[in-house]
Write a protein that binds this ligand. Sequence first.
Ligand code: C2E
Ligand code: MG
Ligand code: MG
Ligand code: MG
Length: 284
Amino acid sequence: YSKNNGVNGYSFYFDELHTDAQRVLLLDTELRKAIESREFELYFQPKVTMEDEQIQGLEALVRWRNDKLGFVSPGEFIPYAEETGLIIPLSEAIIEKACEAVIQMQQSGWKIPVAINISSIHFKQQNFLESVQAILERYNMPASNFEIEVTERTVMNSANETVSKLVRLKQLGFKISIDDFGTGYSSLSYLVRFPLDCLKIDRSFIQHICSLAEKQAVVDAIIQMAHRLKMKVVAEGVEQAQQVDILRKMKCDIIQGYYYSKPLPLNELMEFMEYWEIEHQGRK
Ligand code: C2E
Ligand code: MG
Ligand code: MG
Ligand code: MG
């Protein structure tokens, strides 16, 4: 068997690598190489305002296609990178790529904030802020071009250190969103203590919003609470017009999901935005 057998060759090779341990070993080697060679790509998913259907922001989502492993989902390699500490160099590479994407968009006349997912492992690093700041400085990039998405788990312990990190991020100009809201097992006290801009309601609540009254009640309550606390609400994973209708009645601010667009590579995203602008011009 040789490496030159192409796609089928590899899948044959893979049939033999049937144990989990072997896959983990390969994942480890390939992930290290991929970080070194910046084999990753960022895809971008639009966030659309409910009121006037404007693309208000983009979420950067990492994609990894590897010649031995094929497409590996972030759901697989992000947790592994977190376990091994590889998340730090990976996360830094992702922020660099986000800066490069913002520059490319600016060159095409787009000025839309990009949300970056930050792992709790990276956030909790002592020098997290300095490392992010250093990258932005290198690209001569103001933080106001970005949002930071962190999960409840990341900010769960409202230690003074967490508060001060969030405050400093805000001072730098980042907007801050809580991702997958509703799935953490945290108390809500952090919502009052932290300078948050946005709650992103987890897809698991949105999924059954049309059929389950309980999910509707929870989503409605989250939206009202967020608004009282002067936060915007994003609904994640919206796929159907019916869901949009319900969310509109509940005064949800922003919609994200396949209903509008899947995450797209930058060139396709810019085409999408051009098309979108033409379609929605009259509604501004
Ligand atoms: P997340 O940040 O909550 O991202 C939302 C996930 O839902 C993405 O999956 C997105 O592709 C998917 N999605 C969006 N709209 C829909 C929809 O309408 N229906 C369905 N079924 N799915 C939808 P993805 O890209 O596979 O990412 C999964 C998770 O991996 C992310 O959840 C995030 O926690 C993590 N992740 C992805 N990219 C990065 C990254 O650059 N850095 C870090 N630290 N984590 C990342
Ligand atoms: Mg996210
Ligand atoms: Mg999410
Ligand atoms: Mg998620």
